[in-house]
Design a protein around this ligand. Structure first.
Ligand SMILES: Cc1cc2nc3c(=O)[nH]c(=O)nc-3n(C[C@H](O)[C@H](O)[C@H](O)COP(=O)(O)O)c2cc1C
Length: 182
């Protein structure tokens, strides 16, 4: 079993990445091979909208860092997707990644793979941003057949950093154990 994380924050040791690390720790404990892609510091170009992938089943853009990402999407059994909220949505880097996996939309080769989604934000209100989780879970299922089996939506991360919340980190680790065994 291979579990790969795709992290949308520019902060490698930030809140969303810390939670994703705990999930990966759990997955590793349950015997999975793990890998991380820090999308926030990668050169990922925007989708051309050229529809080359509709026939070719691969992206025409080759001169950026998507190639290793495509390889790991295909060779992984499960994914950890994580992003902070930037202006009421995922980060632009995370959205670039979402747009560039369009080549998988047409024949759905990733169908049946599992995922967890992590979303962190500053607002100290647990009631908001559920629509971002719903958007991502629905989109990745309908467009790629990937099932988001669990999610973590964590509020107030600037005043209450994740590292000070052992209960949350344990929850994340347990989530990873489950993902690694699924
Ligand atoms: C450009 C920018 C936009 C942001 N927009 C929001 C927002 O709309 N709502 C919110 O609650 N937090 C917002 N934040 C705060 C981040 O969500 C918060 O710092 C982040 O979850 C921390 O995660 P990280 O350490 O993984 O980057 C924003 C931060 C930045 C830098």
């Amino acid at each position: 079993m291979k579990v790969t994380a795709f992290l949308g924050s520019p902060h490698r040791n930030g809140q969303s990445s810390r939670l994703a690390s705990a999930i990966l720790e759990g997955a590793e404990e349950s015997g999975s091979e793990i890998k991380v892609h820090f999308l926030g510091s990668k050169n990922i170009k925007g989708c051309n909208g050229c529809y080359h992938c509709e026939k070719a089943r691969e992206c025409i853009i080759k001169d950026d860092e998507m190639q290793e990402i495509y390889a790991d999407m295909e060779s992984s059994d499960a994914y950890v997707f994580a992003s902070p909220v930037y202006f009421d949505h995922v980060t632009a880097q995370f959205k670039l990644f979402v747009d560039r996996i369009f080549p998988y939309y047409h024949e759905k080769p990733l169908k049946g793979k599992k995922a967890v989604f992590v979303l962190t934000y500053e607002e100290n209100n647990a009631e908001i941003y559920g629509e971002i989780v719903d958007w991502f879970s629905g989109m990745i299922d309908v467009c790629h057949g990937i099932k988001v089996v669990d999610s973590l939506k964590v509020h107030g991360v600037v005043t209450q950093p994740v590292k000070d919340n052992p209960e949350l980190l344990k929850k994340a680790k347990d989530m990873g154990r489950g993902l690694g065994q699924s």
